[in-house]
Ligand binder design. Sequence first.
Ligand code: NDP
Length: 495
Amino acid sequence: MMLQTNLDRAATLKFPSQAVINGKLVGAKTGKTFANIGPRDGKPLNQVAEGDAADIDAAVAAARAAFEDGRWRNKHPREKKRIMFKLAELMERDLEELALLETLDMGKPISDTRAIDIPTAINSIRWYAEALDKVYGEVATTPVERLSYVVREPLGVVGAIVPWNFPLHMACWKVAPALAMGNSIVLKPAEQSPSTALKLGQLALEAGVPDGVLNVVPGLGEGAGQALARHMDVDLIAFTGSGEVGRKLMSYSGESNLKRVALELGGKSPQIVFADAENLDAAAEAAAWGIFFNQGEICNAASRLLVEEKIKDAFLAKVIEKSGKYMPGDPLDPRSVAGAIVSEGQMRRVMGYVGKAQAEGATLALGGKQVRTESGGYYIEPTVFDKVANTHTLAREEVFGPVLGVISFKTEEEAVKLANDTVYGLASGLWTANISRAHRVSRQLRAGLVWINGWDACDITVPFGGAKQSGFGRDRSLHALEKYTELKGISITYA
Ligand code: NDP
């Protein structure tokens, strides 16, 4: 589809603006709204209901009532599956609309929202629908006069708080397994990107998800988000976002009802390139993609590139050559490979890190500037710093933007030490043709994910989540079901 066609469609697009609570589309009880700003041109897209504690109360009450009367949890598994498949079908029907909403809300290229974000979200719904009747309980090895069995039961009311970098995709990583296990949900999307979550709530109703089972309350983090996380009748907060908010969620839990908290936080993920890598061109491609995909606004961004010293200069030249295609363009232009940064605040934050890297002595090898300023939107060119020390702020803190730091090493031991010298532990990667080294190093890396000779080899079948301050709990795969269920042991003693 051409840019003009996308512009025409965007001009007539209807942005969802109301919360979805107990099967109804409603405004905030206070009547308040907030402006949803489009990062493509810095202009408001629409006004959205600003939910707060009263709206969260209503949504949690609806979710609890739905859970208690079993309208979803006790449905025949075949029926739950049919409804979730229907939801996936409706998302596919509205894929173009969802892709446009996501691109305009968040600034990412339309080619990505069409080919990656929305299809991945749909796949999550389908995958967990397929899984829901394939999870078995256990029979324990008890003395012969007793039978003990272990079942997984839904937790109850799940609060899902999601970020703006993959709005629908992250929402579905949580909503799909939570629904599949029979829970009721209150979803709080990020203020920067509420549209697709609200649309998901509407489509769920159309698909036949009963009223009150999936509620979506837009609002601000300190308002609706905090009220949800402090609520006395929420059983779990499933969160993706910053470590700063992750810490608050744990305090809120301690200060309220000790609800469970599952955190998928950020990273400072290392990609290690050894001189013996078989295909340095592919490694350079992955180095660029690993940091510039999604404008670098990705928790598992390969933001630290560790390169063996003897190939560093030649390899850096290759990375710089591959980085050119990530020069941002109009997110609505199907030819754009990179788009806008999500907000003015995030753009300033990223530019702050660029300034700090220079001040601390790293060498700017590419980019470093805002571009497309005439659009009114928020764009930063792909930026690469050479001669970064692992002690520099650029190597320690999550930038969440298109900024790569290159660090060189001499030995395998030093590479592993540098890779692990971070408070984070989400993803990591290495390039080598030596199979012993590949296995040895991958076992030494402290991270939830290790990719060998590739980056972001993601699949719904493989758990996603981190070690150390990258959080705990896993999204994706059957392991994700664990956090949405309670284990119950039942024992029958024979007469
Ligand atoms: P946040 O962690 O602040 O936001 C994530 C979600 O948490 C949003 O829905 C937000 O709501 C909500 N939230 C914010 N404050 C609270 C609170 N007190 N109680 C409950 N919920 C709350 O991320 P930001 O959007 O501010 O981004 C800041 C930095 O965080 C980024 O630069 C990046 O480093 C990191 N980040 C990491 C992500 C990841 O995938 N790991 C994703 C996004 C950001 P609202 O947005 O409406 O305020």
